[in-house]
Design a binder for this molecule. Structure first.
Ligand code: SAM
Ligand code: SF4
Length: 471
C-alpha cells in the first residue's frame, strides 16, 4: 500500500493501457435473485456514471433496485474525495450503516469510488468500520459480482484496490438514470497533477477510449431515443493524446455531432489542451451545445504556478476571448479560494479576472488539503485563517452571482429550446435546461419529460429562470 506519491505516480504516464472486454462469469449469474440493492452516490458526474455501471452490474446478477436503504440487502457507497466535507459525509453514512447492520446482520455493505483508492481511508475503514464487507477501487467496478459472491457468507472485510493504473473496460452493463440523456465516458483518469488535486491518484492515469467504441455507444443511445449525450472526462480536451492514433477531441466531437444526436455536451475542459480546431468544430455543428465549462481556479499567476495549472491569466484570457466568439455561448468556471499562501492581492487578481470574464456561472470552493498532494505540504505553513478564506469565498460568490444574474437577465422575453428533465420542487412546475445549460422552471405536464420544448423566459434569478411554454 502506498500513499499518493507524485514522483511515483508521474512515472506511469507512458505505460501501456489494455482494453478489456467485460464478460460476466456464469458463477455469479442469479446470486442476487430475490434480493435488493441501494447505491448512495457522492461527487461528480463521473461518479454518477460509475453508479450507472454499478447498478447495471447488480441488475445483471439478479438484484433489484430498492429506493429505501433501510430495507436493502446490499448497500454500496460510491464515494468522493475531492474535498474534506465529501469524506465526512461518507464516514457519517458509514456510522448510520453500523446501526443498520446491528439490526440486520445479513446486510452486505460495500465502499467504492475515490475514497476507496486512498490508503488513509482504507486503513480507517479496516480499523474503525468493521461492518463494511468490501472496499473496491475506481478501476475495479467489473469485479463487483465476484466481491459480492465472496461476501455472501458475510465473514470479514475484503479489499480490492490500490492499483494506480487502470485498464479501459468495455461492455460493462449500464442502468441509465434517464433514457433521454446519457453520460458517455471518453477519457478516464488524469495526468495533469494540479498540486491541490487528488484525482490523478484516485482515478489513475489518463486513458482514452477508442473512437469506434465511443461512437458505437452514442449511435446505440441515439437509436434508443436519447436526445442528449455528455462526453465525460476529467480533462476531455486531452482526449486521444495517450492513444497516438492521430485523432483528438476535435475529431471525436465532429464524429459524434455527425451521428445527429440532437444535443452533444462535453465536460470538463482544461484550458491547456483547448485547440483552435476544437473551437472551429464547436462553431460548425449546431448540435454541439454552446456551453463551455472552463475552470480557471485562480486569477493570480503566482498561485496558478503553485497550483501547477500550466497557464497564465494572460493565456486564459486569450482562449476565453476566442471561446466568447462562439455565438450565444455560455461559459462557466471553477475557482478555489484560500490556496496555501494566497494573499489579498492574489485574491484581488481572481476578482479581477471574474470581472473580465463575467462568467455565466461558477463553482467556487475553499481549498481543502488532500493527503499526499504537494499543496498539502504548503498548507502546513499557511497563515491565512479559515475566517478570512470564508470571507473571500463570500465576496467571490457575491460577484459571481451578480454576473450570473446579468447573464440570465439578457435572456428575458426570448424563446429558447429546453430539454425537459422532470418535475421541479415547486408545485406543478417542470424543469429543464437550455442549450447553454441554464436551468429553467415552467408550468407543464409530466408527458413533456425527455422532449425539447420552446420556452419564453419571463423571470431571471442568479441560479435559474422562470418561463412559459410557447408550443
Ligand atoms: N478536472 C477538472 C478540472 O481540472 O477543472 C475538475 C476536477 S474536480 C472534480 C472539480 C473541481 O474541484 C476543480 O476544478 C477544483 O476547482 C475543485 N477542487 C479540486 N481539488 C480541490 C481541493 N483540494 N480543494 C478545493 N477544491 C478542489
Ligand atoms: Fe484535478 Fe482537474 Fe487538475 Fe486533473 S486537471 S489534476 S482532475 S483539477
Amino acid at each position: 500500500m502506498n500513499l499518493p506519491n507524485l514522483v511515483e505516480a508521474r512515472k506511469r504516464t507512458n505505460s501501456k493501457v489494455n482494453k478489456v472486454n467485460y464478460k460476466l462469469d456464469d458463477n455469479y449469474l442469479n446470486i442476487g435473485n430475490g434480493k435488493t440493492y441501494y447505491v448512495k452516490t457522492y461527487g461528480c458526474q463521473m461518479n454518477e456514471h460509475d453508479t450507472e455501471n454499478i447498478e447495471g452490474l447488480l441488475d445483471s446478477i439478479g438484484f433489484i433496485k430498492n429506493s429505501e436503504m433501510e430495507n436493502a440487502d446490499i448497500v454500496i457507497l460510491n464515494t468522493c474525495s475531492i474535498r474534506e466535507n465529501a469524506h465526512n459525509k461518507a464516514f457519517g453514512m458509514l456510522g448510520r450503516l453500523k446501526h443498520l447492520k446491528e439490526e440486520r446482520p445479513n446486510l452486505i455493505i460495500g465502499v467504492c469510488g475515490c475514497m476507496a483508492q486512498e490508503e488513509v481511508v482504507v486503513n480507517e475503514i479496516l480499523a474503525k468500520y468493521r461492518h463494511v464487507n468490501f472496499v473496491f477501487g475506481t478501476h475495479h467496478l467489473q469485479d463487483l459480482p465476484k466481491l459480492i459472491y465472496e461476501n455472501m457468507d458475510n465473514s470479514k472485510t475484503k479489499i480490492d484496490v490500490y492499483s494506480i493504473e487502470g485498464d479501459v473496460v468495455e461492455g460493462l452493463p449500464v442502468k441509465r438514470a434517464n433514457s433521454f440523456k446519457a453520460y458517455v465516458n471518453i477519457i478516464y483518469g488524469c495526468d495533469k497533477f494540479c498540486t491541490y488535486c487528488i484525482v490523478p491518484y484516485t482515478r489513475g492515469k489518463q486513458r482514452s477510449r477508442k473512437m469506434e467504441d465511443i461512437l458505437s455507444e452514442v449511435n446505440e443511445l441515439k437509436n434508443n431515443g436519447c436526445v442528449e449525450v455528455t462526453l465525460l472526462g476529467q480533462n476531455v480536451n486531452a482526449y486521444g493524446k495517450d492513444l497516438n492514433l492521430g485523432y483528438d477531441l476535435a475529431d471525436l466531437l465532429e464524429n459524434v455531432a455527425k451521428t445527429n444526436v440532437p444535443r452533444v455536451r462535453f465536460i470538463t475542459s482544461h484550458p491547456w489542451d483547448f485547440t483552435d480546431h476544437m473551437i472551429d468544430v464547436i462553431r460548425k455543428y449546431p448540435n454541439i451545445m454552446n456551453y463551455i465549462h472552463l475552470p480557471i481556479q485562480s486569477g493570480s499567476n503566482r498561485i496558478l504556478k503553485l497550483m501547477g495549472r500550466r497557464y497564465t491569466r494572460e493565456d486564459y484570457k486569450i482562449l476565453f476571448n476566442k471561446l466568447r466568439e462562439i455565438p450565444n455561448v455560455s461559459i462557466t468556471t471553477d475557482i478555489i479560494v484560500g490556496f496555501p499562501g494566497e494573499t489579498e492581492k492574489d485574491f484581488l487578481d481572481t476578482l479581477d479576472i471574474v470581472n473580465y470574464c463575467k462568467y455565466d456561472g461558477a463553482f467556487t470552493f475553499i481549498y481543502s488539503p488532500r493527503v499526499g498532494t504537494p499543496a498539502a505540504k504548503l498548507y502546513e505553513n499557511d497563515k491565512t485563517t479559515l475566517e478570512e478564506k470564508e470571507h473571500r469565498l463570500y465576496r467571490l460568490n457575491e460577484l459571481i452571482n451578480d454576473y450570473s444574474l446579468e447573464s440570465n437577465k439578457r435572456m428575458l422575453n426570448n424563446i429558447y429550446p429546453v430539454l425537459v428533465e422532470g418535475k421541479s420542487n415547486k408545485d406543478e412546475m417542470m424543469f429543464g435546461y437550455t442549450e447553454t445549460n441554464k436551468l429553467v422552471n415552467f408550468k407543464g405536464s409530466n408527458n413533456l419529460v425527455g422532449k425539447i420544448v420552446k420556452i419564453k423566459i419571463l423571470d431571471a434569478k442568479s441560479f435559474s429562470l422562470d418561463g412559459e411554454l410557447v408550443e
